[in-house]
Design a protein around this ligand. Structure first.
Ligand SMILES: Cc1cc2nc3c(=O)[nH]c(=O)nc-3n(C[C@H](O)[C@H](O)[C@H](O)COP(=O)(O)OP(=O)(O)OC[C@H]3O[C@@H](n4cnc5c(N)ncnc54)[C@H](O)[C@@H]3O)c2cc1C
Length: 391
């Protein structure tokens, strides 16, 4: 099989890239390790920045997001029983939208399949050959058989554990990492959510109350990295959420059936450069952010937008100039996004290594933000618009 762009991975990065390329008249084949059901059911991110909303709408695929997704106009941060309310449209002119990553993925897969464009599930890429040549070959296993996809470019959109980053020749990539010594216990509950996304810095640790729909809450608690979901009974989760959110009367957070729970480790990771020869990396394959700023999905979409534009410039002009700038163009934004996510993580979590002085600084920073519109605007702008890029 032959195509112009071989896309490895049908997560947000790979699927947005496939649709954006098609809009430019560029053919691609998407190879996805998992089944369609698995890919469409994977619960992860849920906050769409303004640029991600616009991209889905510009592709003509935003109808369900606009109908079912929830507009989020506020971001609240609590500490010492006080609430800082960030009025997102007032501070930035835009809002974010709450629409689960699995819904975005379902819409993108549905459109690709309906249009009859190649998207092969249960196809595991095992090797990428010839990335320094003009005809790379992607070797994948499907139904017990080895197959080859020939292409002009390979887009490695296969997440943190994929094969693409590992296919870069030794010495090409430099990595930068920060591991946090805590994790997030995340649950989905059939319970009416609080109206605004609400982060809290409590003596017991961080918590977050967010929404997935008008009747589904997405709730998180900071836990030790070695903790396990089964250590947390429903009653313990609700008690801890009420306590950390300063919901002393237990009236603010609605309880309901918890039907999904997982634990995610927090880390920051960047690999640079994001390209070598004719292999280009995008999304979690090349960077991971701690989820405190809700950026992972939005970063993946921004990468896909720049890569699609750069590939389109190559196929229309035969000049590699824009393509050669792909990594450099992404990196400045990636570092800023990691910086924001690390800032929010540092501001809102309890760290074992913090001294009373460090704790005092953290709470004073929150107090300062509560009194400074400039500080609030800086956070709101980064929360709403950081991943916006020119198409
Ligand atoms: C548990 C969890 C919770 C998260 N929660 C949040 C959140 O609350 N907020 C937030 O902003 N972000 C969150 N994130 C991050 C966000 O979901 C990711 O940043 C986003 O999924 C990145 O998209 P991607 O397309 O780059 O990678 P992925 O979504 O990981 O997609 C990669 C795809 O490649 C496929 N693949 C892997 N290896 C191969 C192979 N060898 N061959 C073929 N296909 C392959 C995978 O099956 C997968 O479908 C979370 C991530 C995780 C893991």
């Amino acid at each position: 099989m032959k195509t112009q762009v071989a896309i490895i991975g049908a997560g947000p990065a790979g699927l947005f890239l496939a649709h954006l390329l098609k809009r430019q008249g560029i053919e691609s084949v998407v190879l996805e390790l998992r089944s369609r059901e698995y890919a469409e059911g994977r619960v992860r991110a849920g906050v769409l920045e303004a640029g991600t909303i616009d991209t889905l709408n510009n592709l003509g695929l935003g109808e369900r997001m606009m109908r079912e997704g929830l507009v989020d106009n506020g971001l609240d941060m609590r500490f010492n029983g006080r609430t800082i309310h960030l009025d997102l449209p007032g501070l930035t002119g835009r809002s974010v939208r709450i629409y689960g990553q699995q819904e975005v993925v379902r819409d993108l897969i549905g459109a690709r399949v309906n249009e009859g464009d190649p998207l092969i599930f249960e196809a595991e890429v095992v090797r990428i050959e010839g990335i320094e040549t003009s005809a790379p070959r992607v070797h994948y296993k499907q139904g017990g058989e080895m197959k080859v996809l020939e292409c002009a470019f390979v887009a490695g959109c296969d997440g943190f554990h994929g094969v693409s980053r590992a296919s870069m020749p030794e010495g090409v990539i430099t990595t930068y990492t920060r591991a946090y010594n805590f994790a997030w216990l995340g649950v989905l509950a059939k319970a009416a959510p609080m109206s605004d996304m609400t982060y809290v810095n409590h003596d017991n640790g961080f918590a977050l109350c967010s929404r997935r729909s008008a009747s589904i809450s997405r709730l998180y608690l900071q836990v030790p990295p070695s903790d396990r979901p089964e250590n947390w009974t429903d009653a313990r989760i609700w008690d801890e959420l009420h306590t950390r959110m300063f919901d002393d009367g237990r009236t603010e957070i609605q309880e309901g059936e918890i039907f999904q729970r997982d634990i995610a480790q927090l880390r920051a990771f960047i690999a640079s450069p994001m390209q070598h020869g004719n292999l280009f990396l995008a999304g979690d394959a090349v960077h991971i952010v701690p989820p405190t700023g809700a950026k992972g999905l939005n970063m993946a979409v921004a990468d896909a937008r720049i890569l699609a534009r750069s590939m389109a410039a190559y196929f229309s002009s035969n000049s590699r100039a824009e393509l050669d700038r792909y990594s450099a163009e992404c990196m400045a934004r990636v570092w800023k996004t990691i910086r924001f996510s690390a800032y929010m993580t540092g501001l809102l979590h309890r760290f074992d290594e913090h001294s009373p002085f460090d704790r005092g600084m953290q709470l004073t920073e929150l107090d300062f933000i509560s009194q400074s519109e400039a500080a609030q605007r800086a956070i709101a702008e980064q929360y709403v618009k950081l991943s916006d890029v020119a198409d």
